[in-house]
Write a protein that binds this ligand. Sequence first.
Ligand SMILES: Nc1ncnc2c1ncn2[C@@H]1O[C@H](COP(=O)(O)OP(=O)(O)OP(=O)(O)O)[C@@H](O)[C@H]1O
Ligand SMILES: [Mg+2]
Length: 192
Amino acid sequence: MRSLGIWSPKGGVGKTTLALNLAACAYDRGMKVILCDLDPQLSAVDVFNDKQLPFTVLKGQPSITPHADLIIYDLPPRTDVDIIGDTILIPMRASVLDIRAVNKSIRHVLHKRIIKCVNAVDVRRQDERLLAMRLYSEGALLIKDRSIYSRAISMGKTVFNTDVYGASEARTEIKRLLDKIENPTSPTNPSR
Ligand SMILES: Nc1ncnc2c1ncn2[C@@H]1O[C@H](COP(=O)(O)OP(=O)(O)OP(=O)(O)O)[C@@H](O)[C@H]1O
Ligand SMILES: [Mg+2]
């Protein structure tokens, strides 16, 4: 069993969006996946309550570890919490302030396997593009700014629900991210 904590010291960087879509991607691959919502805002639980997701979202950390191929923890944007998960995915925006915030708090997870993900990259903006490419060259993965992510969630879904149209590019980049999480040696093509 693998466990993945999705954590960042910053709020609003896409933790819940990535948690839901990665869980859906893993489910599509035939994995038994459970998402545990450890953020008191319970945003992932709210989406689950719309009853459109094919996997389970639990509120909080279960006292007994459930039987699953992959457990994903949607963690709160704080450093004074238990940052659980064998691998930690750190989403951030393509912003100098986000990079500094992550660098300041990275010591809290340095003993774990860390994957950085630059999320919601607006490729029309040169500053974001350049910063994202620099982070990519340092090993981060890129997820583009796509309205389909917020549209899907507003319907209680992810980009992997078959009735969410126009999501093929989003699916591809989430699959690539899950490949990286599952297999550290997989290639990290930048999001086109
Ligand atoms: N790749 C993306 N493209 C476009 N919009 C995105 C993307 N990722 C996230 N968003 C949007 O950004 C906003 C914040 O995302 P989300 O709630 O997932 O962040 P979060 O890190 O979980 O926030 P919090 O710290 O409050 O829990 C949401 O409106 C979401 O729809
Ligand atoms: Mg969240």
